[in-house]
Structure formats: C-alpha cells, structure tokens
Ligand binder design. Structure first.
Ligand SMILES: Nc1nc2c(c(=O)[nH]1)N[C@H]1C(S)=C(S)[C@@H](COP(=O)(O)OP(=O)(O)OC[C@H]3O[C@@H](n4cnc5c(=O)[nH]c(N)nc54)[C@H](O)[C@@H]3O)O[C@H]1N2
Ligand SMILES: Nc1nc2c(c(=O)[nH]1)N[C@H]1C(S)=C(S)[C@@H](COP(=O)(O)OP(=O)(O)OC[C@H]3O[C@@H](n4cnc5c(=O)[nH]c(N)nc54)[C@H](O)[C@@H]3O)O[C@H]1N2
Ligand code: SF4
Ligand SMILES: [Mo]
Length: 720
C-alpha cells in the first residue's frame, strides 16, 4: 500500500465532475428532493439572476409515481438553501493564533486535512483516524467514502448516522429474511392490501405525500391500525389506535401473537411451507399472556383482540415499522416480534403482504449498502466474509489482506473520539445535535486532535472543526439515491454550485491524491457509479444492471438488478426468502424492559421524534425562513394532567432532567399524549436540545441507541 504521507505539491485544480452538460435555464430538470427517504420527484428550474432569493425554483413533477407531484413544505422550499447567502461558499480553517475559523483557499484547506489525518495515522496508528458519514449522501459518495477509509486511510473506524436510523430494522430483516431492503414492495402496494399496522411512524408529518396511500387503502375498504404513544396526525387516520407506553412494543407484539395462537388464527400451511423456527417462537409468545401485555404496555386486552381481528380477517396485510419501535435498546428483537406476527399469520412473501421498514434519510437505504457502515463492503457485502473481501479488493486493485476488519458502531465511535480515535473526517451528519447523550459527544468531539467537516452550512458540529470544507448540494451535482422502496433514483445537476464550492467527490478525489492515491477516486459521479456497479455485482444489493440512462427512462430501477437485461425487482420474496434454505426465520424473542425505566427520582418517560417543518438536526431547515417560522423552536409536549402534578403551565418553561443532563423548553399541553410520557422534538441545539437527555444504551445486535425512551423528571422554571 502507498504510504499515507501527504505530497508537498499543490492540490490540482478542482477536478471536473460533470457527467452531462447543464440544461438550458428555464427548462425544468427532473430531480428529487434533498431530504427524506420518500425522495419525492420534483422539477427544478433555474431562475435568471436577481429575480428571486433563490437561484432556482421547485416545480411539480406529477409523472413521478411515488409522490405524483405532491411535496411537503420542506421539499417545496428546498431551493432556498441554494442561494450563496444561505450557505458556506469558502473553506474555513482554524487560526492557531486566535482559535477562530477564518477563510482559506482550497489548497490550504485540503493540505491541512491531508496533514491532519496522516499525522494522526503515523503517530497513533491507522485506526486512530476515523470517518463518520451520512445516510443523506448519494450512493456514489457513500461508496467513495467507504473506499477512502479502507484504502487511503487504511482504517477500520468508519460508521455513519444511519446507525441511529434504521439499523435495528436492518438487523431484523437480515435475521428473518436473509436480506435487508426497507420495503420489499413498492409503496403503492399499501393502497391494495387489506390491513396496515403502522408501528411508531408518524408519516403524516415525516412523509406527508405518502399519506395518500393510506387514504386510498381506506377508500378500497382496507383497515389501518396505528401504534404510537401519541395520538398523532397519522393516528387520527386510524381505525384503531393503540397507545403503548414507549419502549414496550416488544411486549405488545408478543401479546398479539399469543392471541393469534390462542384464537387459532395461525396460517399453518404457510408456516410449514415457508418458515423455520416456529416452535421456539410460538413457545416464547405463549409465555406472554395478553394480560401481561396489558400490564407492560398499558394497552387494554380488548384493544389487543380488536387488532388481531382486523389483522387476521384481511386476506392480505402489512406491518410497517419506523423509528418508534426501532430506536430502542431492544429494537432488533422488537422488529423481530412484529415480523413473527406477519409470518405466523401468513402475511409475508405474498402479493400485497409483508413486513416493511420505512427508512428515513434521503439515501437511508443506499447509504447502508455501499460501504460506509462499520461492518460492510459495497453491494451489502460483509467485511468479515473472505469471498466478499476478495471481490471488492479486486475491483479496488488492492490485496484483500490490506482491507481492515469491522470497526465500531456510530455511538461507540463517537464515544472513542479524543481517546482511541484522535482525528475525524465527517461528511453529512451533525452529531452535536443528533447523537444521544449529546453533551458528552460534544465533549468527545472537542477532545479530538483534528476534525475536518464537509458540509453545506456551518452546522453546530462544523463550528468545532479545524477545517470546514464547503460542499455542493443536491441540485448542483448528479448522483443516485435509493429510496425507501429500494428504487434507485437519479438526482440530476440543474445548476452550477457557487464559486468556491466543490463537491464531496471532488474533495475525496483531491484528498486521495494528496495522500498518494492519484487514481481510484474519480470526481465524476457516473464513473464512480459504474465502479460501484462492478463492486456490488453478485452481492445482496446488486446494482450491476442499473445505469443512469435506465434510471431516467424507467422512473428508477429496483435492486437487485444483476444485468442490463434484468428488469429489476420491485417485489421481493414472492417465491422464496433470501435465506440459504429459502425460508423466513422466526426469532424466538422475549420481552425485556428498557435500559432505563422510570423510578422515584426520574418518574416520567421521555420520548423524542420529529415535527413536520424541521429536518433532523435542523442544520438545513432551520435556515429556511418559511420553515423556521412554522417550527421556531423546541418544546415539551405534555398531558395537562401530568403537568398539573408538577405545577407546569402551558407555554411556560419546563426543565426536563435525565441522568445525562438537563434541557429547558416551553411546555406544550396536549391531550393526545399519554399522561406518563413527554415528547420532545430533537431538531434544535442549545438549552432545548433533546439529545442532552437521551440514553446511549445500545441494542446489542444493531448498535442502535435508545432515542425513544429514557427516564426523566420535570421541574417548572422560574422565568425572570
Ligand atoms: N418532517 C420531518 N420528516 C422526516 C424527518 C425529519 O427530521 N423531519 N426525518 C426523516 C428520517 S431520517 C426519519 S428516520 C424518518 C422518521 O420518521 P418517523 O419514525 O415517523 O418519525 P419519529 O417522529 O422519529 O417517530 C415516529 C413516532 O414514534 C412515536 N414513538 C415514540 N416512542 C415510541 C415507542 O416506544 N413505540 C412506538 N410504537 N412509537 C413511539 C412518536 O410518538 C412518533 O410519533 O422521518 C424522515 N422524515
Ligand atoms: N433524540 C433523537 N435523536 C435522533 C433521532 C430521534 O428520533 N430522536 N433520530 C436519529 C435519526 S433517525 C437520524 S437519521 C439522525 C440524523 O441526524 P444528523 O446525522 O445530524 O442528520 P442531518 O441533520 O440531516 O445532518 C446532515 C448534515 O450534513 C449536511 N449535508 C446535507 N447534505 C450533504 C451532502 O451532500 N454532503 C455533505 N458533506 N453534507 C451534507 C447537512 O447540512 C447537515 O449538517 O438523527 C438521529 N437522532
Ligand atoms: S416528503 Fe420527504 S422527499 Fe417528499 S418533499 Fe417532503 S421531505 Fe422531500
Ligand atoms: Mo433517520
């Protein structure tokens, strides 16, 4: 391997990135929203300079099948951040004399990053250099970042924010079906099933255009069950709303399965023909009486019976989970229990039936397939599998033994900063706001010897960096994402980035060159994608047959797709599951409490999540005026009955205190939440940061932190 010493020559001029020429101004370009995993189709039209606050406008693209023209407010305003005044347009480096971030040219900034990373590697070993990626990055970027870590840096220490997102569902998918694709069917199938159980998803706020499929479901006579401790806008649509105490979905699913068995509603033929492991799973469920489920979850037995009736009476049915049941220290087992319910009733591996996970970030699916995850190589191959290593090493032109082994999961990596991991390259995440136990994580980041952040804005994490690299956005660079259905999509370049801004691929290309790798990191997205196709060929997430041209012509292509004559795979598992024997595996799961249950000192449950107008850490959406007005700051959603116990008044400040820290935000009274639980959205930094409170207890299989449940106490705050 090449020595990781930076060359002294100047960085080459920014390498070209363009796969296709820019369209004419005025002509809308078909592209996709920069935010969530629905990846709504939209058009983007460049505007003549000086006519608007933004250099382009979002227009409808009704022909795209997933959202059929509909967009939420975040998508509609997405062009706002393209304005040069709204974002970073020059690199920043920390001035050793003043300790401030000051503007610098690209050569200086990149040379500092190369030196910072290689110095740490040379002094403390390659695993002292870490990389943290994001599920918002395109497939091309995620692929290049993983390759950069393993090949150029030679480090095992890479993971990404998707670990905080769908990792529990991914692990449960792998365990049950031998393959992890969020939805094994197109989203539109939801409208054609008999019953949908939506567990811990508030898609009316998190994926609003998807709500129409639930409306169509009901118009077609189908039924909707929503499981959420809050009566959300989504739950309001339901025929039946179950409101369990946070962190108890596992007991709920076991109680339901118990009833299915007790009432003789299992599909024995399906179980015999298409599954394995039923006796153990059945025995585990039989130990979980409905009365026990009621005691643990707070959901009355008659409601459990009603749910079983709706679910089993339907010819076809689906269970869809999102972050509610997944972001728990037992998230993998919890999802496993919901999958068991599908398998026992024969609602899996059939048309319009099955289990699915609603992924989250724009490229939440593709971001976990191509190598930025600690244990994984492109094509969803395992880093621990010798055959996978050999295949990918050959594509990369390196010896297989040069590839490091699996590294730490995201929280473990953040927790190791400033200790075992002393330099970090961060691309596409803002952990100071979004990581659990965020004050501690912030402290670990501050303890680093060197931090480089590539971002479009000066996020809270970027303000702590030694070097900040201003990068291009969705509309300024071509690239693919894979939406929640496993449909690979093409975002097309519609306008050039402002001067001073470069793409992530250009950044990786230049850093690789400075660290001795002139070749192997093309700045061109299509060239990168073609290499990704070869690296993924034959793997579980096979992209070999997917080309930019096909994606554009076919409204996206579903993986696996092994060759250019392969039609792609909209529906998985209809004939067999992806396990060696073709059978889906039951998981013999039993209930266990959350890592931190309420007690005398911390008697209230805190859960966290999202609001419609803000996205994630808010780094982007807090900078969009319309969205900042719609959702200006943090709050504590609380039932008036609970509030009265502590003398808390509506609209007045309340302190929420956990074993990790204290957050302060106004109380927002709501009868829609359980009276033993408070809810905080996590989109803001500062005193109201929800993640100051959250518990980093990790799921032992997936490494998912327990964002959805910790114990807190409440105190009114004297306002001066
Ligand atoms: N507006 C908006 N949309 C987004 C995002 C955003 O930040 N803002 N982010 C995107 C991303 S990355 C993701 S991952 C998705 C997330 O999408 P969702 O999973 O829909 O979002 P959350 O609000 O995190 O959680 C959903 C619901 O889980 C409930 N819940 C809390 N605790 C529990 C529990 O223990 N059990 C159950 N069953 N439910 C519980 C909450 O009350 C909440 O209503 O949204 C995507 N879309
Ligand atoms: N309490 C609590 N915490 C949570 C959750 C929860 O439900 N509750 N949910 C978790 C989940 S599901 C998620 S997904 C995480 C997400 O949390 P984060 O990882 O913080 O996600 P974002 O805020 O989307 O951060 C993305 C950053 O990358 C930048 N960016 C956007 N596009 C690009 C790009 O193309 N290149 C580069 N270099 N940068 C880019 C953005 O400006 C932003 O600063 O939060 C997790 N944290
Ligand atoms: S639902 Fe998601 S993809 Fe669609 S416009 Fe809103 S944020 Fe964008
Ligand atoms: Mo997410």
């Amino acid at each position: 391997m090449n020595a990781a010493t930076p060359r002294t020559t100047a960085t080459p001029a920014a390498p070209a990135t363009v796969s296709a020429p820019l369209p004419d101004p005025g002509e809308p370009v078909d592209t996709h929203c920069p935010y969530c995993s629905l990846q709504c189709g939209m058009g983007l039209r460049r505007l003549p300079a000086g006519t608007s606050d933004a250099p382009a406008e979002v227009v409808e693209r009704p022909a795209f099948p997933v959202n059929r023209g509909a967009l939420c407010g975040k998508g509609r305003t997405a062009a706002r951040l393209l304005a040069p005044g709204a974002r970073l347009t020059e690199p920043l480096v920390r001035d050793p004399a003043t300790g401030r971030l000051v503007p610098a040219d690209w050569d200086t900034a990149l040379a500092r990053v190369a030196a910072g990373l290689s110095r740490t590697g040379a002094a403390h070993g390659k695993d002292a250099v870490g990389v943290f990626g994001g599920g918002g990055l395109t497939n091309e970027k995620a692929y290049a970042l993983g390759k950069f870590a393993r090949v150029v840096l030679g480090t095992s220490q890479i993971d990404y924010n998707g670990r905080f997102c769908m990792s529990s569902a991914a692990a449960a998918h792998q365990r049950a079906f031998g393959l992890d694709r969020g939805l094994p069917f197109p989203l539109a199938d939801i409208a054609r099933t008999g019953c949908v159980v939506l567990v811990g998803s508030n898609l009316a706020e998190t994926m609003p255009p998807a709500l129409r499929y639930l409306t169509e479901l009901k118009e077609n006579g189908g039924r909707l069950i929503v499981v959420d401790p809050r009566r959300t806008r989504t739950a309001e649509q339901a025929d039946l709303h179950l409101a369990p105490r946070p962190g108890t979905d596992l007991a709920l699913a076991l109680g339901l399965l118990h009833l299915v068995v007790a009432e003789g509603r299992t599909d024995e033929e399906f179980i015999a023909a298409r599954t394995s492991g039923w006796p153990a799973a059945r025995a585990a469920a039989m130990a979980h009486w409905p009365e026990l489920a009621e005691r643990v979850t707070g959901v009355p037995v008659p409601q459990l019976r009603a749910a079983v009736r709706l679910f089993c009476a339907a010819d076809s049915a689906m269970v869809l989970t999102a972050r509610g049941p997944e972001q728990q220290s037992k998230g993998t087992d919890t999802v496993g229990a919901w999958i068991n319910l599908c398998l026992a009733t024969g609602h899996a591996g059939r048309e319009h039936s099955g289990y699915g996970c609603l992924t989250g970030q724009g490229n939440g699916q593709g971001g976990r397939e191509h190598g930025q995850k600690a244990d994984q190589l492109p094509g969803y191959r395992k880093l621990s599998d010798p055959a996978a290593r050999a295949h990918v090493a050959e594509v990369w032109g390196v010896p297989p033994e040069s590839l490091p082994g699996p590294g730490r999961s995201a929280y473990e990596l953040l927790d190791a900063l400033g200790r075992d991991v002393r330099a970090l390259l961060l691309m596409g995440s803002n952990p100071v706001v979004s990581a659990p136990r965020a004050a501690h994580v912030e402290q670990r980041i501050r303890a680093l010897d060197f931090l480089a952040v590539a971002d479009v804005v000066l996020s809270e994490t970027a303000t702590l960096a030694d070097v900040v690299l201003p990068v291009a956005q969705w509309a300024e660079e071509t690239g693919t994402t894979t939406n929640l259905e496993g449909r690979v999509l093409l975002r097309r370049r519609a306008l050039p980035p402002p001067p001073g801004v470069r793409t992530d691929l250009q950044v990786l290309h230049s850093l690789a060159a400075l660290l001795g790798w002139e070749k192997g990191f093309p700045a061109d997205p299509e060239e990168t994608f073609d290499e990704l196709r070869r690296a993924s060929a034959g793997g579980p997430a096979d992209y070999a047959g997917i080309t930019y041209r096909r994606i554009a012509a076919e409204d996206g292509v579903f993986w696996p797709c092994s060759g250019e004559d392969h039609p792609g795979t909209p529906r998985l598992f209809l004939d067999r599951f992806a396990t060696p024997d073709g059978r889906a595996r039951f998981a013999p799961v039993t209930h266990r409490p959350a890592a931190e249950e309420p007690d005398d000192r911390y008697p209230v449950v805190l859960t966290t999540g999202r609001v419609l107008a803000q996205y994630q850490s808010g780094a982007q959406t807090r900078r969009v005026p319309e969205l900042a007005t719609a959702a200006p700051g943090p709050y504590v959603e609380i039932h008036p009955r609970l509030a009265r116990q502590y003398g808390i008044e509506d609209g007045r400040l309340v302190a929420v205190v956990s074993r990790r820290g204290r957050a302060v935000a106004p109380a927002r009274f709501s009868e829609a939440i359980r009276a033993d639980t408070v809810f905080m959205p996590f989109h803001w930094p500062g005193p109201g940061r929800a993640n100051t409170l959250t518990n980093p207890a990790l799921d032992p299989v997936s490494g998912m932190p327990e964002f959805k449940m910790c114990a807190v106490r409440l105190e009114p705050v004297e306002e001066s």
